[in-house]
Design a protein around this ligand. Structure first.
Ligand SMILES: Cc1ncc(COP(=O)(O)O)c(C=O)c1O
Length: 424
């Protein structure tokens, strides 16, 4: 099948609601590379949307999945399976302290649905506080929390009631006009005002936050904000949910991004990088919270699939064995230094920020307005030169650099050379 044919067929028979970032037909992939049906090789700095953290088709993950395929493909809560149980044990070792029980599902949105159901069930409260700029998925519950862009919510109102949005502490574009180094997280007052004006704290089940804004702009919440938010939650008996669907599994140089601010969430959601591309997600919480979720209060047919679970166990082992957390911190640090040097040369780079290999480069136009058009052009040029980078942010002017955590300094240097050439 030629390129053209495949794309024509896809366009004819896949819903137009799906948006593809490129016109590449991926034939195979290995490590940080994707090979197109046209024979071209691309450096995948999107990691298939923050999924292939250990690289595409890592041999250890492939071997684990194949081994499981030969033994048992499906269990579906009719019987227990070894891989799922082993994964729960492994996760209890790498998730923030206290988190030791898990519910497995298939996608990030499904994990978010599970997390808010657990929070409501465990607290007996209904209110949910999320953040403007946050992305939590597209199913109706998760979508009610998503506020990174009104386009995701358009056509679907009314959404879940009793969901309130506070502004995300996106310091580069502070809506209060404050500067990062002099601000004392004044925006938290907006959340406090919600608790005074709109819903009493004793009616709020949970606050859900991405420790690093993903789709909304690759911007981390300042650690002091996270700490104050957690303190507020503790004071009011509100559960703190960290949505680590995108920022988890080593992406930021730690297993989970909330570790950067020393926060121990009450509930954590994970997906994407968990199983290197096999569909799997999880809700994690301490036993004390999970035991308030009675049998039958939630369930799944495919969640905890044995093949996905075996792939996830292998993924965790690879991250440990290959020192990928350390590599993400080191190579990410190198990238940040180079990008900051680029920023000095090119005034239209308005901000460079990142943790580990979750790096955002924000671009503006000559007049300082968001560089939406410029970014589109830059990414198109990168692609032509064999580098896949995708954008994020409400104005689509933030390049998100999220290569596999296996990327080395030479590969990063090559990608940044291409990126800089494309910029100018
Ligand atoms: C932070 C976060 N939560 C939830 C989701 C939804 O995940 P999925 O697309 O697997 O449903 C995403 C997806 O990008 C995400 O980034």
């Amino acid at each position: 099948m030629t390129n053209d044919n495949a794309i024509k067929k896809a366009k004819k028979h896949l819903t137009p609601a799906l948006v593809f970032h490129t016109e590449i037909i991926a034939e195979k992939a290995e490590g940080i590379y994707v090979f197109g049906a046209d024979g071209a090789r691309y450096m995948d700095f999107s990691s298939g949307l923050a999924v292939t953290n250990v690289g595409h088709c890592h041999p250890a993950v492939v071997k684990a999945a194949k081994g499981q395929l030969d033994r048992l493909i499906h269990a579906g809560c009719i019987y227990y399976n070894e891989s799922e149980a082993l994964l729960a044990v492994k996760l209890s070792h790498i998730t923030p302290e206290g988190i030791d029980m898990f519910f497995f599902s298939n996608s990030g949105a499904e994990a978010v649905e599970g997390a808010i159901k657990l929070a409501r069930c465990a607290t007996g409260r209904q209110g949910i506080i999320a953040f403007t700029g946050g992305f939590h998925g597209r199913t109706m519950g998760a979508l009610s929390l998503t506020a990174s862009n009104a386009k995701y919510r358009k056509h679907y109102h009314p959404l879940l009631p009793s969901v309130f949005h506070a502004p995300y502490p996106y310091c580069h574009r502070c809506f209060l006009g404050k500067k990062r180094d002099t601000c004392s997280t004044d925006c938290l007052q907006y959340l406090k005002d919600i608790l005074r004006h709109q819903i009493a704290p004793e009616e709020v089940a949970c606050v859900i936050i991405e420790p690093v804004l993903g789709e909304g702009g690759y911007s981390a919440a300042p650690p002091d904000y996270m700490k104050m938010l957690k303190e507020l939650c503790e004071k009011e008996g509100i559960l703190f949910i960290a949505d680590e669907v995108q920022s988890g599994f080593g992406r930021t140089g730690k297993w989970f991004a909330c570790e950067h601010s020393g926060i121990r969430p009450d509930i954590i959601t994970m997906a994407k990088g968990i199983a290197s591309g096999f569909p799997l997600s999880a809700v994690g919480a301490p036993h004390a919270i999970m035991r308030k979720w009675p049998p039958g209060a939630h369930g799944t047919t495919f969640g905890g699939n044995p093949v996905s679970s075996a792939a996830a166990c292998a993924t965790i082992d690879v991250i440990v064995k290959e020192g990928l957390l350390e590599n993400a911190a080191k190579t990410g640090g190198y990238a940040l230094r180079r990008l900051k040097a680029m920023q000095k040369k090119h005034p239209f780079i308005s901000d460079v920020r990142g943790l580990g290999l979750m790096i955002g480069v924000e671009i503006c136009e000559e007049d300082g307005s968001p560089g939406t058009g410029r970014m589109k052009e830059v990414l198109k040029r990168c692609l032509k030169k064999g580098l896949i980078i995708i954008e994020c942010g409400i104005d689509k002017n933030v390049a998100r650099l999220m290569p596999p955590l296996t990327v080395n300094e030479a590969e990063m240097a090559k990608a940044l050379d291409i990126f800089e050439e494309a910029l100018v």
